[in-house]
Design a protein around this ligand. Sequence first.
Ligand code: FAD
Length: 403
Amino acid sequence: MKQYIIVGNGIAGITAAQTIVRADPASEVHIFGAEPYPYYRRPILWEFIAGQIEQEALFFRPTAWYTERGIRLHLGVGVTALNPQAHSLTLADGSSAEYDRLLLATGGRPFIPPFEGSEKKGVYVLRTIEDAISIKEHAQGVSTAAVIGGGLLGIETARALASLNLDVSVIEFMPHLLPLQLDAEGAQALQSLLESMGMRILTGAATEAILGDELPTGVRTKDGRIVDAELVLISTGIRPRIELASEAGMDVNRGVVVDGQLRTSATDVYAAGDAAEFEGTIYGIISSAIDQARVASANMVANGSATYNGTVPTTTLKVAGAELTSMGEYVVEGDEYTQLRHTDEGTGTYRKIVLREGRIVGAILLNDKSRVAPITQLIKRGTDVSAHTNLLLNDDFDLKSLL
Ligand SMILES: Cc1cc2nc3c(=O)[nH]c(=O)nc-3n(C[C@H](O)[C@H](O)[C@H](O)COP(=O)(O)OP(=O)(O)OC[C@H]3O[C@@H](n4cnc5c(N)ncnc54)[C@H](O)[C@@H]3O)c2cc1C
């Protein structure tokens, strides 16, 4: 009977556990999770902060879900060391555990740039339920907030804080919002929408200091702009949690380096999710964590050759009823690309399609939900659409006819 151990109880960890118990029912599958909670959904922590849902609604997989599947869950148990030669782990209480196959699904932690004042009480990051509870409590007693970082997470949290009637400023270092998901034109459309909801948006703004004594009172940028903020949220990206692998002498770069089978450099050790780096990329999104966990666990069971070829990153953001989806290669440069754009300010619609060699390789769709599914399929299938390039953005052209 094989003994599988999974370190990390996030989406990568539970997806792998579920796949393993199905494929190898006679095995023993253990998950060690440092947090004291069964799996919960990070993407709806904003709704919890905004008071739209209770804490209970976050728990997507109650402990019964694990028990029913025979998955042995060890909550609040951090793994402190890995010895790949001995196939063993050291746990926080000093005991050890042995594995035949190991998955590192340790996720990421928020990155905090070295701003002056970032250690103050009232300055937060958002990754866990505990972070969300602290933010929510602090928000009750204040009227101004600043979110440093205008990425997906920053904007959604800003929106949650604004819904609590806080006066919110978003401070983005890059020249426009959502630098990873949007080009300048699309970002301008989004910025106008957020401003119309009462948020203040500062772009091209490098944070210099968080002001105040014990508690924050504001944020100052390097070019001297100051916004009031009694609550500050730092949302400037994540760093994969690689310490178990790096201290064990395994190959790490920014993340734990994996190959197409999700194997790490240590025999019988795999990695998936925000902790893993595949071909230089850390995806940091749920869909890739699921894709990777499925491939890793299939190979853990069968010593197999299931292959991961990357995930087409699709991000969907909902702001005040507007749905924004960015997928594939949507911010590109170079003669090999054709970029088609359409903006309709009246309806707040922005549509961009990126083509390479007659095939759609990326798109941005703001307020244009119906095109998301067909374009996703066209990217996945690599369909040659060159005969229809002039029609692709037309309102009445049916993209499904190309599938
Ligand atoms: C507020 C928020 C909103 C998000 N919204 C979206 C979204 O809309 N769409 C999207 O695709 N993605 C979103 N993301 C990103 C998404 O949550 C991550 O990509 C996903 O959680 C990665 O899953 P994971 O299993 O790799 O890691 P994680 O979810 O980080 O889970 C890893 C777990 O491992 C545990 N762990 C780490 N080290 C150890 C150790 N040594 N011992 C034991 N346990 C350990 C950690 O405590 C953690 O619980 C959001 C993230 C946040 C924070």
